[in-house]
Ligand binder design. Structure first.
Ligand code: GLA
Length: 370
């Protein structure tokens, strides 16, 4: 790991992982012409349309697509605990700062993601100098320092934060996910995280964010967590529904019930990480199988995906009083996290724009409403 100091910013270069500066060459015109309306205009009376970005993507032809189509951005990885806070006294601001600067320069809204998560958090957070687990007091103090530092830095630029991500268990009989946060602090870290964030920026909207919210059992648990936090007077202002779905789910009734249930909380809902995989949904990583190599975007997948996107946006519009933002998780099929998950190296085609940044059939269904 190299440490550089430039323009008052401490930069950490970690084995090319975070600061890969190579940019994709400009691949020419996009099919939606410059003066044509983008998603953000079609949806201006409904909700913000966001996209998850990397600092690198803002240096490629994807930047023009972002400006044309989207009104909001989220940092895909650059603001997560591990990348932004790799050592106890080491913050790595470069990627996050460049995304914040792009948002300010172009007047895009910016969501912050994420202040507390069990994944992509550096191991130092949970350990003392001898490598033993830290006490609850130490861990909460570290959480407070982290949240205060990060939220203060982007005060005025980030209008909403995913404060806590994915603490609810996927197992029907278990409430909280087993994680170092939970093992060391019990449930308390969740409430504290919201309080620390609110103290650092009282005007930021604070969200709890989770996936597999279409599952009725998990949904109930997420709603219980949110209701309990509200009842205890904790500053929570909204619920983030990740929306990592597939061409096979959710059904019309599942999604309708999901949006209806969450809107009954009376809090704004953000769809925070929307993508529609062309494969059946799996929530755990697994080995590649022979059939995974056959990764073409078939016309059957295309038509199922088009129908699913149409369904999702029809229902998002139906619940527009509650849904105030819909963010896609990645920009185009050129690159998605789903190319590596749940199967490493299996290409997926989950977004509205293809590898050449051309709008897919699903795009025209999403904008083609009366
Ligand atoms: C979760 C996280 C996101 C991201 C996705 C995969 O949904 O909230 O930050 O890591 O997994 O990209």
């Amino acid at each position: 790991m190299n440490r550089l100091v430039s323009a008052g910013v401490v930069t950490v270069v970690m084995s090319g992982l975070i600061f890969c500066t190579s940019s994709t060459p400009n691949q020419g015109n996009i099919a939606v012409k410059e003066n044509e309306r983008g998603l953000k205009e079609y949806y201006k009376d409904y909700f913000l349309i966001g996209v998850a970005v990397s600092p690198q993507s803002l240096k490629t032809d994807e930047a023009a697509l972002i400006l044309q189509q989207f009104s909001s951005m989220t940092a895909e990885n650059a603001m997560k605990m591990g990348p932004i806070h790799p050592g106890e006294n080491l913050y790595n601001w470069e990627g996050a700062d460049s995304i914040a600067a792009f948002a300010r320069r172009h007047g895009l809204k910016l969501r912050g993601h994420t202040l507390c998560w069990h994944n992509q958090t550096a191991a130092w957070m949970f350990k003392d100098k001898e490598g033993n687990a830290v006490t609850k007091e130490v861990l909460l103090q570290r959480l407070k320092d982290h949240i205060t530092e990060v939220v203060t830095r982007y005060k005025g630029t980030i209008y909403a934060w995913d404060v806590v991500n994915e603490v609810i268990s996927d197992s029907p009989g278990e409430y909280f996910r087993d994680s170092p946060w939970y093992r060391i602090c019990g449930e308390e870290f969740v409430a504290r995280a919201f309080e620390y964030a609110h103290a650092a920026d009282p005007s930021a909207l604070l969200f709890y964010n989770d996936y597999n919210e279409i599952d009725p059992i998990k949904r109930k648990k997420i709603m219980k967590l949110v209701k309990d936090l509200k009842a205890a007077g904790i500053p929570i202002h909204g619920v983030g529904l990740q929306g990592h779905w597939s061409i096979y789910e959710p059904s019309e009734s599942e999604l309708d019930a999901t949006l209806k249930d969450f809107s009954s909380l009376g809090l704004p809902l953000h769809v925070t990480e929307l993508d529609i995989s062309v494969y059946r949904k799996e929530h755990s990583r697994r080995e590649k199988r022979p059939e995974d190599s056959n990764a073409v975007f078939s016309s059957e997948q295309e038509s199922l995906q088009t129908e699913m996107y149409k369904r999702c946006f029809r229902l998002f519009r139906k619940y527009k009083e509650a849904v105030t933002s819909v963010t896609f998780w990645n920009i185009s099929d050129r690159r998605s996290w789903l190319d590596q998950f749940p199967v490493s190296g299996r290409k997926d085609y989950p977004l509205l724009f293809d590898k050449n940044l051309q709008p897919k059939k699903a795009y025209f269904e999403v904008i083609g409403f009366k």
